[in-house]
Design a protein around this ligand. Structure first.
Ligand code: UD1
Length: 417
C-alpha cells in the first residue's frame, strides 16, 4: 500500500490549478442512466471514485466509448441490468446514486446497502422513503435494497434532514416520473444546482434547484447529457488552507470563489489574507494564525468536507478554537491522528476544542477517510520533521495528484510504495 512522506516546515509558494469536482461528476455519471445514447462529460477529475462509478455503470450495461484524461464519452443505450453489486457499492457510498435513475429507467433496482462507514452510520432511509412516496415498493433483503415500480409517480416529499445525494437521487427519479414532484428541505449545494442544470439542458423540467424547494415535472425522455464539470470547491479550500498552514503565498486558479465563501470568511477571521480575482484566489499568511470557531452546516454554511483540514490549521493557531460538527455524527477520526503530531484536541460529542500549539512535530499517521487524510497531509506540511501518512488510497478517491500539486508548490512530499 502506498504511503506519503512529507518533510514539513516549508512555506508553499506558487500557483495550483483546481480540478473538476468529484461530487459534481458522480451524480452526473449516475444521471447518464436516464438517457439512451452517448453522454459527453468533460473536465472530470481523474480520481478513484470516478473509476468506481464508471465500473459500476459499465457493469449495468453502459459502454465507455472513450476516456481521454477528464473527457468521457459514455454510451448508455443498452442498460439492461438493474443490480449494483456489493463489491462496487462497498467502496463508495455515492454508488447509491444509481438507485433513482435505475428505478426510473427500468422500473426496478437492486442496490447493495452501503453499510457503515468511517464517518458515521450514514443511512439512506430518506432516499428510500422518497422513492416509496413516488409509488415504489421497496424491500430490504440479503443486504440489498430491492425497489420496484412500474412507473414512478410524482409526489410531495419533505426531507427530515438535508441530504445531498438524497436530493439528487429523487430529482433524477422524478425527471422521468409521471406528474409533478415537489422536494422540500432539499439540499442547496452547488452540485445539486449543477445536476439540475445539466438535466434541464437535456430536456428535464426542473425549477428551484439551489433553493430548499425543488419542483420537477416528469417528462417522457431526456437526451444524452453534455456538460463540463466545474471546479472542486473542497479541493479549492484544501489548497487555500495548505497556503495558510505553511505560512506561504499561493495562487489557487481555475476555481469558483463564490463556492468557498464560508471558508474564505473563516480564513480571513483567522488573520489569513485571501484575495479574489475572477477565477483566482490568492492566499497569504506569515504565521500568526488566530483561533476561530467553526460549525459545519449544509450549504451555504461551512462545509463538513473542510472541517478536518480546518482543524489542522487550528492546531497551530494562537488560542482555543471550538469546532462543531453538525452534519455527521462521527467525523473526528482525524483528531486522534493530529494529536500524534503534537496537537491538543479535546473531543466531547459533536464538539472538538482545539488548543493551538506553537508547532507540530512529524510522526507516522494513518488516514481514516478522504478528507481526514487531506488534513493529515496539511498538518504534515506544517510540522517540523518527517510525517509518514499511510492508507493514502483514501486521498486517491477524491484528490487529483495531490502530492504532485503540492511538490510543484515547493513542498517536500513524495509517494512511496
Ligand atoms: C454528500 C457528499 C459528501 C458530503 C456530504 C455532506 C457526495 C458524493 N458526497 O454526501 O462529500 O460530506 O454530502 O455535505 O456528494 N442522512 C440520513 N438519511 C439519509 C441520507 C442522509 O439520515 O437517507 C444523514 C447522514 O447520515 C448525514 C446527513 O444526513 O448525517 C447528511 O448526509 P448527506 O447529505 O446525505 O451526505 P451524502 O449525500 O452521502
Amino acid at each position: 500500500m502506498d504511503k506519503i512522506v512529507i518533510q514539513g516546515g516549508r512555506p508553499l509558494r506558487g500557483s495550483v490549478a483546481i480540478s473538476g469536482a468529484k461530487n459534481a461528476v458522480l451524480p452526473v455519471l449516475a444521471a447518464t442512466l436516464l438517457t439512451h445514447g452517448k453522454n459527453r462529460i468533460t473536465h472530470a477529475p481523474e480520481v478513484r471514485d470516478v473509476d468506481t462509478m464508471l465500473d459500476l455503470i459499465g457493469d449495468l450495461g453502459g459502454v465507455l466509448d472513450s476516456r481521454v484524461k477528464g473527457d468521457i464519452v459514455l454510451d448508455t443505450a443498452n442498460i439492461k441490468k438493474a443490480e449494483a453489486r456489493y463489491d462496487l457499492v462497498a467502496t463508495m457510498r455515492a454508488s447509491c446514486l444509481v438507485l433513482g435513475p435505475l428505478m426510473a429507467r427500468l422500473g426496478e433496482a437492486r442496490v447493495s446497502l452501503p453499510g457503515g462507514c468511517a464517518i458515521g452510520a450514514r443511512p439512506i432511509d430518506l432516499h428510500i422513503k422518497g422513492l416509496e412516496a413516488m409509488g415504489a415498493v421497496i424491500e430490504l433483503k440479503e443486504g440489498y435494497i430491492h425497489g420496484r415500480a412500474k412507473k414512478l409517480k410524482g409526489a410531495h416529499f419533505c426531507f427530515d434532514t438535508v441530504s445531498v445525494t438524497g436530493t439528487q437521487n429523487l430529482m433524477m427519479a422524478a425527471t422521468l416520473a409521471e406528474g409533478e414532484t415537489v422536494l422540500e428541505n432539499a439540499a442547496r449545494e452547488p452540485e445539486v444546482s449543477f445536476l439540475a442544470e445539466v438535466l434541464k439542458r437535456s430536456g428535464a423540467d426542473i425549477e428551484g434547484a439551489g433553493t430548499d424547494t425543488i419542483v420537477i415535472r416528469g417528462v417522457s425522455e431526456i437526451r444524452p447529457l453534455d456538460c463540463r464539470i466545474f471546479a472542486d470547491r473542497i479541493e479549492t479550500a484544501t489548497y487555500l488552507i495548505a497556503g495558510a498552514i505553511t505560512g506561504g503565498e499561493v495562487e489557487v486558479r481555475d476555481c469558483i470563489p463564490a463556492h468557498v465563501e464560508p471558508v474564505i470568511l473563516k480564513l480571513r477571521e483567522a488573520g489569513v489574507t485571501v484575495q479574489e480575482n475572477g477565477e483566482v484566489l490568492y492566499v497569504k499568511a506569515n504565521g500568526g494564525i488566530k483561533a476561530v470557531n467553526i460549525r459545519t452546516q449544509p450549504h451555504p454554511g461551512f462545509p463538513t468536507d473542510v472541517q478536518a483540514q480546518f482543524m489542522a490549521l487550528m492546531a497551530i493557531a494562537q488560542g482555543q478554537s471550538v469546532i462543531m460538527e453538525t452534519v455527521f455524527e462521527n467525523r473526528f477520526m482525524h483528531a486522534a491522528e493530529l494529536k500524534r503530531l503534537g496537537s491538543e484536541i479535546l473531543i466531547e460529542g459533536h464538539t472538538a476544542v482545539v488548543s493551538g500549539v506553537p508547532y507540530l512535530s512529524g510522526a507516522p499517521v494513518m488516514a481514516t477517510d478522504l478528507r481526514a487524510s487531506a488534513s493529515l497531509v496539511l498538518a504534515g506540511l506544517a510540522a517540523r520533521g518527517e510525517t509518514l501518512v499511510s492508507r493514502v488510497y483514501h486521498i486517491d478517491r477524491g484528490y487529483v495528484s495531490m502530492e504532485k500539486k503540492l511538490s510543484n508548490l515547493g513542498a517536500s512530499i513524495r509517494r512511496v510504495k
